[in-house]
Design a protein around this ligand. Structure first.
Ligand code: NOJ
Length: 686
């Protein structure tokens, strides 16, 4: 399980290092001179193992790697000019088999054990959204999106009698429904609400979790019904503790409400695209540090668990951050990335200043494994600080001075402090006097071997003055307090069902004690000074504080609250027929369980859709609900002007399945014209 004090190195497996040339694919799929970036280039798990063993990755202080999806992909090329092969791992055909061009299952297991021996966690990419490119009218196109289960054919896109796939055309990214229920590009979209698909995807991810992977990146999370994804998150958390995060692309400005709600309630973190856009715009001269500061304010308002979201400069889907001549920008941006709130992901080759435009130029073979580059040394220094100074991983952020080209901020946590000063101007800059949290004393920047040093002297109030920042330089001053008291810093996951494991990080927690979640005693599975593993007890659903008592009788409380679901989740497609509404009206559902908002309008589930799977006046929504549970519910209409109306008539009810997916169809019973006031605890419909 990862925590925010860590740092992830993202590897495109095929592009990092070749360890076993004998495992190369046949000529049609392979570019032997590494000239055609749309073919396999030979990188494999054996190559990653070699680079772990020779200390290249741990030398930079990384504690985790994110690798391409390990599952078997298609064995044919795309019919485009370049003959693109599935070197990236995003065109799976069998979730229960390894990609042979990356290595055998033994090689994958060797990767896991080597990584773990060297203190590295392994996160895999996983694509529950789709298989491979397919065309409805051309069964001979590529592999026709075919899906297999451990080698046994399940279905293909064209001629899909069992409706394993979506057949609603490709998305135009018009709105949420269009993105969720149509194919992403020409990729054969899996219908997660088909029981066979749901089961196979859960079996598929369980297979890799059982091998011992530590985390999962959910590819294209924005294109998968959130209700189903929440159930997947619950399934994973009840099966094995693993760090989960989704790829939910956002445009440059502004967090959408559905993105924030998902990040806050799903038990899954998200890649923080607003951070990426902002940091790229600042260092590439399109905006300045004031815009970055605005993004920080906005995202701390949107994300309840900011520290668990993943921050990054670039990845395989955008041009590389580094532009050939401007290495200083990469250096300064790495400083900001590795000192900001969030879990950083560094894209392979950034430390070698690899540059390159859009896909596939951003995915070239690793250019060198030099340990002498400034970026390599910078990352190593900053990761050392991350590991030792609580302020970076867990601290609050305070902006001290922001102007177009200069940013000064501090992070602080439990007496630990980090002061970060960045000047991206061509000229030196003298900071105005600042008041920091640094205890009185003189401090040297931990980056003094990389940028010009400047010693700051903090006065009795933490005040510093006459600080001169050299052009295009960064300074990081750290103070580590001699914390002796028990301190709980973080827990994960932030939402899960009773019975799931909860992992708490802290310091000086002793070797035993008691833990209470929402006042209820939790069973302890292991207790060490820095890490407690407990089982979430069967308690009323809701958000609960997590508090403990060490055997030394010291009390502690973990920051943030845990959302406990009613039970292990399953997904139900709720459908309501004959619901005629005004144009500005959206449909939601509320009901007797926490997942449906317990008869409140604010936490009602939805919105419902009416264009693709079912059409107006029929509405549908895939909702995550507790398994094997009696559900009572009614629909709510919410108009843009804020009027909320509740369905009249009998309460609808049904019993959810013990696992898997199901559908519940009811008739709309009408509603009164007047607005209703529903609030927490309203028993009228309970
Ligand atoms: C997002 C991935 O990051 C991208 O590289 C891929 O092509 C699409 N999802 C489809 O899997």
């Amino acid at each position: 399980m990862l925590n925010p004090g860590e740092c992830i190195y993202q590897i495109v497996t095929d592009r990092f290092c070749e360890g076993n040339p004998a495992g190369r694919p046949r000529a049609e799929l392979f570019s032997s001179d590494a000239d055609n970036l749309r073919k396999y280039l030979g990188g494999d798990w054996a190559g990653i193992i070699a680079r772990i063993q020779d200390g290249y990755l741990t030398g930079m202080g990384f504690s985790a790697i994110l690798i391409s999806q390990p599952a078997e992909n298609i064995h044919v090329c795309m019919e485009d000019e370049a003959g693109t092969a599935s070197y990236h791992g995003y065109w799976p055909r069998d979730f229960l088999r390894p990609n042979p061009y990356f290595g055998s299952m033994d090689s994958f297991r060797a990767l896991l054990s080597t990584a773990h021996e060297h203190g590295l966690k392994v996160i895999i990419d996983f694509t529950p959204n789709h298989t491979s490119p397919a065309l409805e009218l051309r069964p001979d196109y590529m592999e026709n999106g075919a899906l297999y289960r451990a080698g046994q054919f399940i279905a293909a896109y064209s001629g899909d009698m069992e409706r394993v796939f979506l057949h609603n055309g490709g998305t135009a990214f018009r709105d949420a429904e269009d993105s969720l229920y149509r194919n992403l590009y020409d990729l054969a979209g899996l219908d997660q609400m088909n029981p066979q698909v749901d089961e196979l995807l859960r079996e598929g991810i369980a297979y890799w979790l059982d091998q011992g992977v530590d985390g999962v990146r959910i590819d294209a999370a924005k294109h998968i019904p959130p209700g189903w994804l929440i159930s997947l998150s619950g399934f994973i958390h009840t099966r094995k503790p693993a760090y989960l995060f989704g790829e939910w692309f956002l445009e440059a400005h502004g967090c959408t409400q559905d993105n924030a709600v998902f990040a806050n309630t799903s038990g899954m973190s998200l890649l923080h695209f607003m951070f990426t856009h902002a940091i790229r715009e600042v260092f590439h001269g399109r905006r300045d540090f004031r815009a970055f500061a605005d993004m920080l304010r906005e995202s701390s308002g949107s994300y309840k668990h900011l520290y668990d979201q993943l921050i990054f400069l670039d990845n395989h889907d955008m041009s590389r951050f580094t532009r050939d001549s401007d290495r200083w920008r990469t250096d300064l941006a790495l400083v900001l990335l590795l000192t900001s709130a969030g879990l950083p992901v560094v894209y392979y080759g950034t430390e070698q200043y690899m540059s390159g435009g859009d896909d596939p130029h951003n995915r070239a073979m690793m250019s060198s494994f030099s340990r002498e580059t400034t970026a390599y040394r910078l990352v190593a220094q900053l990761n050392r600080l991350r590991a030792g100074n609580l302020a970076i991983g867990y601290g609050s952020t305070k902006l001290l001075h922001v102007n177009t080209g200069v940013l000064a901020f501090e992070r602080s946590c439990k007496g630990d402090v980090a002061l970060i000063l960045i000047n991206q101007e061509e000229s030196a800059y003298i900071l105005p006097p600042l008041v920091t949290s640094l205890p009185q004393g003189a401090y040297s920047s931990i980056l003094k071997d990389i940028f010009p040093d400047f010693q700051v002297a903090a006065g009795a109030e933490g005040n510093i003055q006459n600080v001169m920042l050299a052009p295009r330089s960064a300074y990081v001053y750290g103070y580590e307090s001699d914390l002796k008291e028990p301190a709980a810093l973080h827990f994960y996951p932030k939402a899960a069902a009773p019975g799931s494991e909860l992992i708490i990080r802290g310091r000086h927690l002793g070797d035993s004690g008691r833990l209470r979640i929402g006042g209820y005693e939790a069973a302890i599975l292991s207790w060490q000074s820095g890490r407690i593993v407990a089982k979430i007890p069967a308690i009323p659903a809701g958000t609960h504080p997590v508090q403990g008592l060490t055997s030394g009788k010291k009390e502690f409380r973990v920051p943030e609250e845990l959302t406990v679901w009613t039970g292990a989740p399953v997904t139900v497609r709720l459908v309501v027929k004959n619901l005629h509404t005004d144009y500005d009206t959206r449909v939601y559902v509320t009901g007797n369980v926490y997942e449906l908002g317990e008869w409140t309008a604010e936490r009602a589930a939805g919105p419902f859709y009416n264009q693709i799977v079912y059409r107006y006046p029929t509405w549908y929504c895939d909702v995550s609900l507790p398994a094997d549970c009696r559900i009572e519910f009614k629909f709510l209409l919410r108009s843009d002007s804020g009027i909320v109306r509740l369905e009249q008539g009998e309460v609808h009810s049904f019993h959810t399945p013990a696992e898997g997916v199901s559908e519940m169809i009811v008739e709309w019973q009408g509603c009164r014209q007047e607005s209703v006031q529903l609030s927490e605890g309203d028993a009228a419909y309970g």
